[in-house]
Design a protein around this ligand. Structure first.
Ligand code: ADP
Ligand code: MG
Length: 176
């Protein structure tokens, strides 16, 4: 197991964000599972962002409905940090296909809140490389490499505070 923290990008897709109950549930799930919330925003993904983000799926039959859906209203996107963040978040999400999720993993996010294979509630990066690429598309001001250089250790050592009203964890500032 890797000892360094890992960053991942989680997205709550539009149909989920329109359900405040679901958002609340998922936020509680993040905290309960010890994810650090590095940065988040509510943002309607533009067609330009969506086409970059889902580039690998351009040739797939579901591409058009996918980009139409994710640009249809605001999403919430979160940069999360944890040891094994990528797999842990994907495990909480459950299988990509909602009908499979409902059948095989009903307690996962997709099993609970997914509506169809397209409207499957959430996104999670599938590798470090994807996380870095996806974060750069949706958080162009966030410097992935600099975060590891300047912040990772503090988060790993739990020298952080949770700012409840901002729903974010911040490096503790030590005043001597
Ligand atoms: P994941 O989101 O689990 O990483 P993929 O990267 O394979 O899954 O697919 C990206 C997104 O495309 C999925 O989250 C889902 O919204 C959509 N999608 C994937 N497969 C299908 C499908 N067979 N039919 C409709 N939409 C799909
Ligand atoms: Mg994927």
């Amino acid at each position: 197991m890797e000892l360094r923290l890992q960053l991942t990008l989680a997205i709550l897709k539009p149909h989920l964000v329109s359900n405040p109950f679901a958002v609340k549930e998922i936020r509680q799930l993040l905290l309960k599972n010890q994810f650090n919330v590095i940065k988040w925003k509510k943002h309607r993904i533009s067609m330009e962002e969506a086409s970059k983000f889902y580039e690998e799926h351009k040739k797939k039959f579901f591409y058009n409905r996918l980009v139409t859906f994710v640009t249809s209203g605001p999403s919430e996107m979160y940069i999360l940090a944890k040891i094994n963040a990528i797999n842990d978040w994907r495990r909480l999400m459950g299988p990509t296909k909602v009908f499979k999720a409902q059948f095989e993993a009903p307690n996962t996010i997709r099993g609970t809140f997914g509506l169809s294979d397209t409207r499957n509630a959430t996104h999670g990066s599938d590798s470090d490389e994807s996380a870095k690429r996806e974060i750069s598309i949706l958080f162009p001001d966030f410097n992935y490499d600099l975060w590891f250089k300047m912040e990772e250790e503090s988060f790993r050592m739990e020298k952080v505070d949770f700012i409840e009203n901002e729903f974010v964890h911040k490096k503790r500032l030590l005043i001597n």
